[in-house]
Design a binder for this molecule. Structure first.
Ligand SMILES: Nc1ncnc2c1ncn2[C@@H]1O[C@H](COP(=O)(O)OP(=O)(O)O)[C@@H](O)[C@H]1O
Ligand SMILES: [Mg+2]
Length: 400
């Protein structure tokens, strides 16, 4: 990205202990670049991925892009304010967009969608199998369990939906930017592994061996195999095993399709038009995780655009340093125990130290990953649950 170093940094002042400058992420340049076709917001759970995705999508739309945002788990009020509380797996227009400063939206627009994991899985089956076979699969209890609860399914389906929307957008020009939220995985990296995990589960040797009798060949019925099925029968019950067997037999023809689609989506993620943003909280663990993520994206040759440090401590007003405020607070307290001003000074000192600590953490991250531009978004006083809140986050993301 060419526009990275434009703005001078300190949103938080430089520290005496500073290991070096943190390069700035130019969010508007990223959003305005017509070459940016997909933005993926990733990071561990609860850091603000959904909020960031929606805020970026809104900002891009109000700057003239035709945007769709694919969210996974928006908080209820946020979903309501975007008109996506219904889980119907179809992007819906978001009302209430603003024109830009020149009163000209340049044809921009925003659609939003909340991913319905099971519906997406069903759609894949329907598109890959004959209607008769699809029906057989969709009604199978094992399929129902797998499609709604297998670890990694949600991650896989998010990627699957991205592939679908991208293909549609290419065909009909409906969108020129897709912003993707990622699932609240236990591990932030799950979604990268999900396609591989799901397809290797589905066509894994293990499951094939277990379920082979459903497909008939008597030679598979070795003594060892009989033992396994016997044990499974006891554990799972005969009906479950029968369901699994039917499922795999029916699903067999789809395995190839799954692998192919997963591979295509993977390539889409690696393409030049894709930009990954890693979202993290300004805490040691979160930044460690973010560093790991950055490295993993590098290994998988996924294009990283930058790091977003979200919910940073707001910079306290006033010019007193933390030490000065602490000293003043102590002096006051001696003279006047229980002094309100002393308490406020103490608060100021704590807040200043927190801001400094967070800046130091970011600088350490930057020292280890000097190539990763960073944007810092302070914590707002309340939750982000409407377009105004998203707009505010968008401004902060852009350093405005
Ligand atoms: N910068 C911020 N200031 C205040 N609240 C925030 C900020 N970013 C996120 N939140 C709130 O934090 C909660 C979690 O955010 P969310 O985007 O759902 O995280 P994730 O998708 O990573 O799990 C939400 O209630 C959201 O409104
Ligand atoms: Mg989320």
């Amino acid at each position: 990205m060419s526009t990275q170093q434009k703005r001078s940094r300190p949103r938080f002042g430089p520290l005496a202990t500073s290991p070096g400058p943190v390069p700035d992420l130019d969010v508007d340049a990223l959003l305005d670049d017509r070459g940016t076709g997909i933005i993926v917001c990733c990071g561990s759970g609860g850091v603000g991925k959904t909020t960031t995705s929606a805020a970026l999508a809104l900002r891009a739309a109000e700057r003239g892009r035709k945007v769709v945002v694919l969210t996974i788990d928006p908080a209820r009020r946020l979903a309501q304010s975007m008109g996506i509380e219904r889980l119907d797996n179809t992007p819906r227009p978001v009302d209430g967009l603003r024109t830009n400063a020149k009163g000209n939206r340049q044809g921009g627009g925003l659609d939003a969608m909340m991913l319905d994991m099971k519906r997406t899985f069903d759609e894949v089956v329907e598109s890959q199998a004959t209607p008769e076979k699809a029906k057989q699969i969709l009604e199978n209890p094992f399929y129902i369990a797998l499609s709604s609860s297998f670890a990694g399914t949600q991650e896989y389906m998010a990627m699957e939906k991205l592939g679908q929307i991208h293909a549609d957008a290419q065909a009909d020009g409906s969108y020129d930017l897709i912003v993707v939220d990622t699932p609240p995985s236990r591990s932030a990296l799950d979604f990268l592994d999900a396609p591989e995990r799901l397809s290797s589960f589905l066509d894994g040797r293990f499951i094939r061996l277990l379920l082979a009798p459903a497909k008939g060949p008597a030679r598979m019925m070795s003594a060892g195999f009989g033992l396994i099925t016997g044990a499974l029968n006891k554990v799972l019950g005969a009906q479950v095993l029968r369901d699994m067997q039917t499922f795999v037999a029916a699903f067999d023809t789809l395995f190839g399709g799954f692998r192919q689609r997963a591979q295509k989506t993977f390539e889409l993620l690696q393409a030049d038009g894709t930009a990954f943003l890693v979202v993290a909280a300004p805490e040691p663990d979160a930044l460690r995780e973010a560093a790991y993520f950055v490295e993993r994206l590098g290994e998988d040759r996924m294009p990283l655009a930058g790091l977003i440090v979200n919910r940073a401590s707001p910079i306290p007003q006033g010019t007193l340093s933390a030490d000065e405020a602490m000293a003043a607070s102590a002096r006051l307290r001696k003279r006047e125990p229980g002094s309100l001003t002393a308490g406020l000074l103490r608060l100021h000192a704590d807040q200043t130290r927190m801001v400094e600590r967070e800046a130091l953490l970011r600088e350490r991250f930057a020292a280890a990953h000097p190539e990763v531009p960073t944007a810092v978004v302070p914590a707002l006083a309340g939750d982000v649950h409407d377009l105004a809140g998203l707009r505010r986050i968008g401004q902060l993301l852009a350093g405005a």
